[in-house]
Design a protein around this ligand. Sequence first.
Ligand code: SF4
Length: 567
Amino acid sequence: MSWKLKKKTQDLLASEEGFIKKDWGGKVAFALVYPNSYAVGMSNLGFQTIYWHLNQRSDVVCERVFLPDPEDWDEHRRTGTPPFSLESQRPLSDFDFVGFSVTYEGDYINVLRLLGLAQIPLRPEERRPHDPLILMGGVCAFSNPEPLAPFMDFVVVGEGEEIIEEIVEGYRAAFQGVLPSARNREALLAKLTSIPGIYLPHAYDVSYHDDGTVSAVHPRSGLPGIVIKRRLGDVNDFQTISLLKTPKAEYGHMALLEVGKGCGRGCRFCLEGEIYRPVRHRSLDALREAVAKLSKESKRVGLVGACVSDYPWIGGLMKILEEYGVEISISSLRADSLTEELVASLARGGHRTLTVAPEAGTERLRQVIRKNISDEQLYAACDMIRAHGIPNLKCYFMIGQPTESDEDIEAIPDLAARLRERLFRDGRSGQLTLSVSSFVPKPWTPFQWAPFDLVERLERKLQTIKAGVRRFPNVRVFHESPREAFLQAVLARGDRGVGRLIELAAQCEGDWRKAMRAWEGDPTFYAHRARPLDERFPWDHFEVGVKKTQLIREYQRALGLTPAPTG
Ligand code: SF4
């Protein structure tokens, strides 16, 4: 092992507060891996929650592993140092489980890069009895795990808080006292299938039509044809909080608290709004208990949830937070559910920027995507934040959405000009930031049948927006690359064949163009094709709680093919 890398990790650990280091003796060792940088992983509440809960068990040691920093890869290779855990600096291959928390398609390649660097065989059929069991969880695991499925021993389909304990129990029952070299992986995996929400990809054979679309998925005998997403029974029974603080992550200086799961707004592009159904809010009593615990560790709490400003008892929650003397932070708010009380609380907490997500420049397109926020509500949000002395506003927009026209694009800088006028009247200074992303049609949303826009067209749209605000010194535009969004569309909508593309990209050190040239598949087949309503999707052998007929109805309503219900 490289001493330089080890020292860097020890320094990182020394800068943290709240990490858990345990003796390994006789315990199940679980490597919780975030396949991205430390800073990104440590801002993820789900990742931190699993770390905390696994370590509450006396029979488990759970340690964190992250993707090495770009500047450290050469040192890893030169010294033959595999990825290792933060807490005890043990290599991945020492653990019983290697669990990837996958929340973003762009991280798929990193899963394979980490396994490669750890010299753990990429495919389950090549793994030896002593190799760790490789699993994935996180939102990608229950939206569409198929592109990564060929590399997983098993997949956790659903909310992981309860299921992860059942996995540990199953493991202990099967392997307690068994030497690593004598472990029967297949027998254990077969047992794990009795846990609802566990999916064994290699026990499901996929067949395809001549045109490349999925024709059928055949489970091996005894397994269910449809894998049903596991959801947390009662959110009040399970605290989703982070207590680990670090100066090296965006939200690392504050404790994080989830107020609930899901969102009932039904925006037609939103994956989170669909797959966390039904909406479940934590009770005020449960949150009071969590705040009491968090306030001992931190005087700043970040509220997390699909749509925090929709939390039905937000006023009561603000009072509790004030009682405990903690300041709050919220990453993004709905302009139509902002209240004076909430904005005042954010201002008191030192918020300098408030973020809202109109998503489209015109009210027409906002209705199509079902983000029913009016221009008036956006102006009112500007007035409110100005009145409370918050100088900056950030607005999220998406381009390339279904039915979008040139007018919708030109409306974005026009709207920015009007928002700017409202924000900075009376000579106030501040910044208006437009954050523009490309719309990626995600599984389980009403727009899953829609095509991804052409990269060149998206680039032209970005130029129009940038040119439209150029004359305003206090308006800036940030955007992700449409080419990266194209890749995200391929991975989000992919089948198992896309797994080979990810493998090639990992071999080419992240050079996706080269990987695509070497791949026998066609990326445009996955990204740009408008899919017929009767096509079987690669993710159709899962059930996440959303009916396809309902999604089709919503899609047709968006396109104006069926009228929206009245009243
Ligand atoms: S309000 Fe936000 S979280 Fe809720 S469905 Fe719409 S985009 Fe998703």
